[in-house]
Ligand binder design. Sequence first.
Ligand code: J2J
Length: 553
Amino acid sequence: PPSPGPDFTPWPDEFAARYRAAGHWTGETFGGFLRDRARTHADRTAVVDGRQRWTYAELDARADRLATGLHDLGIRRGDRVIVQLPNVAEFFEVIFALFRLGALPVFALPPHRRTEITYFAELTGAVGYVVADRHAGFDYRDLARQVRERLPGLQHVLVVGDPAEFTTLSDLATDGPLPGDTGPEPTTGPPTPGPAASDVAFLQLSGGSTGLPKLIPRTHDDYLYSVRASADICRLDTSSIYLCVLPVAHNFALSSPGVLGTLAAGGTVVLAPRPTPDVTFDLIEQEQATITALVPPLALLWLDAAAHRRPDLSSLRVLQVGGARLADEVAARVTPTLGCDLQQVFGMAEGLVNYTRFDDDPATVVATQGTPISPHDEIRIVDDADRDLPPGQTGHLLTRGPYTIRGYYRAAAHNTVAFTTDGFYRTGDLVRRTPTGHLIVEGRAKDQINRGGEKIAPEEVENHLLAHPQIFDVAVVGVPDAMLGERTCAVVIPRGEAPTAAAIRAFIRDRGIADFKIPDRVRFVDAFPHTGVGKTSRSELRRALALLMATGD
Ligand code: J2J
């Protein structure tokens, strides 16, 4: 059962006061944010996808009409709605409609399947689920049926496109008085109060390191601060055209500065349906994209494709890379090959984001993961006993600040280990700081596999595998991989006759989990090596096995 706990751990009053006094928390809500930009940039293009091109005024009006329709359905302030959409313009219509009502989007990613969606819905008590009809060869209405079978309480399934037995989004949009958040412009609607800027605006997904993924409550105040400050750091303005290659709901693409930072600056968001060079190079040329963001394996793919095909990428000024460690040698190839600036981004959905700056010297941009967004970001680098390390040494990164959460959603027990008693978030990353204050990510202490930017909690995958009758025990570990940084390997002790690797993969896929969590490799062993005892023995075991597997073949 989901661990109980508060929905939201507020910042202590003195911190909130400090962040307000510094002008970081401005009281702006997402509903007001869009209304304000629609007033300033009415006829500029806000969002472009393969089928549609909306101005700021159109997006604003669409969000209003959908908010009214969702309100008519019964969706209210504080309600949770799972949003699982690919890179389509309707993503913005949906989230801003929910923001205006004060309802909370719960961001799922397109690869998530039955088990994950059911879990998000149960944990949050979601009343709605928004999907596309089909995407990348998968029918999300089938997924919705599977989830609904288990959770009849999930009342509203809303579909972008052909709804089958569900409700299509376009039928919902209704003209009429607007309920909820009015933004700066008073409307004629009933005086239902909109959300406050200090309220939770949405639930973001954490990569997770223990059993099940954690949800991250982000407020209007804290998130919009990180979005505006990121847009400034990246020098976005009305001429900026951001090509969204990563899944739009991922924190990097959403906020660093991503699609929301682009809207904050009055620029244009172009949504790429697929991340591969064949699609994205043409889009850059057609739409004259100026900035985009990739994870390291995609950056590698782009570099190789660009060297062969010599596409016209002359409009592109900045390539951001983050989500996993970018090898220095690859970083050094970006500017010579693609003709644009590289910006490294080291961030996390829990908060803290670091950027290399455009005026950093080239060696710093190639070899570091940047400095924090905010002068109010507090950074500690500590040893295993939480003691501060001397400058330059590698240790655990702890952080606290104006856009870093103080607790996960409904996870009281986990919060006691994920945060220090004085509210620092334990990132699980091992970093060191250069004399110039730049952070370098040297490794990881958390039980997480970073598969080219996609985060996998070994324990979650192991729990699925342990349900297999022919698996006696299993440890899931990361093994080095030239393309992805690391891949997953399930080290299995069979019970009786060993199942085939293919059977194991089919088994876990049938349990309804995201494809990227399915082990890349399966290895069979008779026994696990002996490690110490105690409650960390499981992570020690994974570490020992990872070493063995890395040197194995
Ligand atoms: C090494 N490890 C990195 C980097 C993230 C911007 C950019 C990325 C994320 C993200 C994000 C890394 N080098 N450049 O939310 O807003 C690893 C660290 C970190 C974890 C967070 C954003 N950039 N990482 O990746 O929540 O281990 O956010 O703690 O998915 O990714 O993962 P996630």
